[in-house]
Design a protein around this ligand. Structure first.
Ligand code: ZN
Length: 405
């Protein structure tokens, strides 16, 4: 561990708060959620806002801080963030991944710096500023801190949205996480790709490895691989910008992730099984399903079978037209600031999908322009100034969406 001199921004109160949250080891598989509860309870106290901690599953708290609006009967705004972070390979990091060190360039290194502790603190710091300046918002704003997003949210948002406690929040619109962009623009997502894990089994004639027998499993595998990898190549060509938060979510990706079959090298296998990781963009869902069926049929009729080991439901995307006043309010903030906003589909799944699943419109954004994509990577960092700029953005975004009539 190399020692660094403190950057001048290290004394900024918002940066201090961010680093304090980053230093909590809410890392899977044994996240310290207890310290998160203590931390957010302190935050709520400082902000003078009520806090509730729900524990539907022991040790998996769901925390909600609320800022009651002038008209609390209107549907509320939910600002969501997950508390957990993915594991680290500590030896690959320049600094201790839970020390939140700032280097001389102002980069804060920590697991969760991008995904997504930054956003949760930005929400709170923007609200702190607004409250201190006497701002009152029309709608109630709830800030939620949820567990286990990185474990598919079974004990987190998936559970929370089904509860009476969630229903009582009367959420009408939500913000959730997005991702960084390499240039000066911002990205917002209004839907997610769904994950479908596909298993295809090809049956064929068996026999001695020296024979040239017809109708083998391998020939069916060959046909299917050509189709799937051809489709994969078409998706690659459709992408104009090879960045996860520009174009990737707008195309469907397929990857062969597992292939097995055969007993030994001189026996032709009677059965070969393949697995594909398919990430299907909402617009492709119907056609992709039909293609899989067609290709399997063409490859070998009844001798080729397929099933989805898991298949996420396809959810409606959040409308980005005049019918959605929250979108208009959101978009107008960027227009007024002269900031470029890229609308995209999230390439991965986020907690937003559970909200969409019960009909709540969701936009995903994590304001990190000019930042390399380091989610789940070694040496994840966020620049302190970029983090502070994000607070400035939320100071405008939160009132804009919470004041929608
Ligand atoms: Zn995340």
């Amino acid at each position: 561990m190399s020692k660094v001199h403190e950057h001048p921004l290290a004394n900024n109160p918002a940066i201090k708060n961010f680093r304090k949250y980053l230093q909590i080891k809410s890392v899977q598989p044994n996240p310290d959620y207890g310290s998160c509860v203590v931390f957010f309870t302190e935050q709520a106290k400082e902000l003078g806002l009520p806090i509730k901690v729900y524990e539907f599953v022991k040790g998996k708290p769901i925390i909600v801080i609320s800022w009651i609006g002038i008209n609390p009967n209107l549907p509320s705004i939910l600002l969501n963030g997950h508390m957990d972070v993915v594991p680290v390979v500590e030896s690959e990091w320049k600094y201790d991944p839970f020390a939140a060190e700032i280097d001389k360039n102002g980069n804060i290194y920590a697991r969760g710096a991008q995904d997504m502790k930054c956003v949760s603190i930005q929400y709170l710091e923007a609200i702190r500023y607004l409250k201190q300046n006497g701002v009152k918002l029309r709608r109630t704003v709830h800030i939620s801190f949820v567990p286990d997003e990185e474990l598919h949210s079974a004990d987190g948002m998936a559970l929370f949205v089904k509860s009476k406690e969630f229903k009582d929040l009367n959420v009408g619109f939500s913000l959730d996480e997005g991702g960084p962009t390499p240039n000066k623009e911002y990205v917002v997502t209004n839907g997610e790709r769904v994950c479908w894990t596909l298993e295809i089994v090809c049956h064929g004639n068996t026999g001695h490895g020296l024979m040239l027998i017809p109708n083998t499993a391998a020939e069916k595998v060959q046909y299917l691989l050509n189709k799937f990898l051809g489709y994969r190549e078409e998706s690659r060509k459709k992408m104009k910008h090879p960045h996860p938060f520009y174009d990737l979510g707008n195309v469907t990706s397929v990857n062969l992730t597992n292939i097995k079959g055969g007993v030994q090298s001189n026996v032709i296998p009677s059965k070969i099984t393949m697995e594909f990781d398919c990430r299907v963009t909402p617009n492709d869902a119907v056609t992709f399903d039909a293609l899989v069926k067609q290709w399997c049929q063409e490859a070998g009729g009844d001798s080729v079978t397929y099933k989805y080991i898991s298949k996420d439901p396809v959810l409606p995307i959040t409308k980005t037209d005049d019918s959605n006043p929250f979108w208009k309010a959101f978009e107008n903030v960027f227009k007024k600031r002269n900031d470029k906003l890229i609308l995209s589909i999230c390439p991965a799944a986020s907690d937003g999908r559970f909200l969409r699943g019960i009909g709540i419109p969701v936009l995903g954004t994590s304001p990190m322009p000019g930042t390399p994509f380091l989610l789940h990577d070694h040496n994840e960092f966020l620049n302190a100034q970029t983090f502070l700029d994000g607070i400035e953005l939320y100071k405008e975004l939160i009132p804009a969406i919470a004041n929608v009539e």
